[in-house]
Design a protein around this ligand. Structure first.
Ligand code: ADP
Ligand code: MG
Length: 295
């Protein structure tokens, strides 16, 4: 199937900084693609080029096989990383204002219910909580019933509960068959929502695929974790594999659990409080870039 939105060799130079260095991206219809990377990776620049807001320095962008023109805005829904809403305006007024910009709109009552805005419809937009504000901004992005939705770090700064509520909302929108491009620096968000992810760093895509594919391609090991005091350096030094010290825990990367657990027992290490976990996209990012995603 040809991609709904396709970018080839997309680049953006600002004076003194190459924000995006020639990336290829394909977004298939109905897919949620996550663009992952730390601050400054080039996510917003990439998304804004795809939206038609930032002019690329190089490369091509095709929507349904054709160059995106001014009409693209009617079909796209955009939730910016930073949006200023007019002061003193109420939630309901903000929705109506944005709806007036489009030829075709989604019924507002349905949108209000969908994004759970009922309780604060008459509130001044300056007095919304973080989660309420993001739900309003999502409703605004959906007001023209877009085919394709761009969400730039929609949950950054939200508390865990609001983040989860927002995920449920995105999930239900995905259920309508919408195509979504989402940027985030939360790996668990990408895991929860995205069918495919592209990991970006320093203006380049360092790896891309489904979350499962990426983990399988890059890792076939698990992480064993023990309380540090059960593995003091005197003991760790005698083990045939390295022991990493991470936040008060001793961590061992294992590609053979049977063997390594037996080795620990043979060396007199207590397995009390032992945990084994699969490696995550967060680990992958660290491995590929040498940096912590949120750091
Ligand atoms: N308008 C701009 N002018 C100059 N530099 C910019 C501009 N927008 C972004 N940059 C730079 O481009 C790089 C990528 O930024 P951005 O796309 O915002 O990354 P991200 O969204 O991943 O945090 C950063 O080094 C940033 O400082
Ligand atoms: Mg950004």
């Amino acid at each position: 199937m040809p991609a709904l939105l396709q970018a080839r060799g997309l680049s953006k130079r600002y004076p003194g900084v190459e924000a995006v260095k020639g990336i290829d991206l394909a977004l298939e219809q109905g897919v949620c693609l996550g663009l992952l990377g730390p601050n400054g990776a080039g996510k917003t620049t990439t998304v804004e080029m795809l939206e038609g807001i930032v002019t690329p320095s190089g490369g091509t962008i095709l929507y349904r096989g054709k160059a995106t023109g001014p009409g693209f805005r009617q079909e796209a829904g955009i939730m910016f990383q930073q949006t200023s809403l007019q002061d003193y305006i109420r939630v309901e007024e903000a929705l109506r204002l944005f709806a007036s910009f489009y030829r075709r709109t989604r019924p507002l009552e349905e949108l209000i219910r969908r994004c759970a805005l009922e309780e604060f419809l008459r509130r001044d937009v300056r007095h919304l909580s973080g989660g309420q504000r993001q739900r309003l901004l999502l409703a605004i992005a959906l007001v023209n019933d877009p085919e394709i939705l761009f969400l730039d770090e929609p949950t950054t700064g939200l508390d865990p509960q609001s983040r989860r509520n927002f995920w449920d909302l995105i999930d239900s929108i995905k259920g309508e068959g919408k195509t979504v491009l989402l940027t985030t620096h939360y790996m668990e968000e990408a895991h929860a929502l995205c069918d495919r992810v592209a990991i970006m760093d320093h203006g380049r895509i360092v790896t891309a695929g489904t979350p499962r594919e990426l983990l399988r391609r890059h890792f076939d090991s698990a992480v064993i974790t023990l309380p540090q005091q059960q593995l003091p350096p005197s003991l760790a030094d005698r083990l045939p594999f390295p022991v990493h010290r991470v936040e008060g825990q001793a961590e061992i990367l294992s590609d053979d659990l049977d063997r390594d657990l037996r080795l620990l027992l043979d060396h007199g290490v207590s397995l009390h409080h032992l945990q084994v976990r699969s490696r995550t996209l967060e680990d992958l990012f660290l491995e590929l870039t040498g940096r912590q995603l949120r750091g």
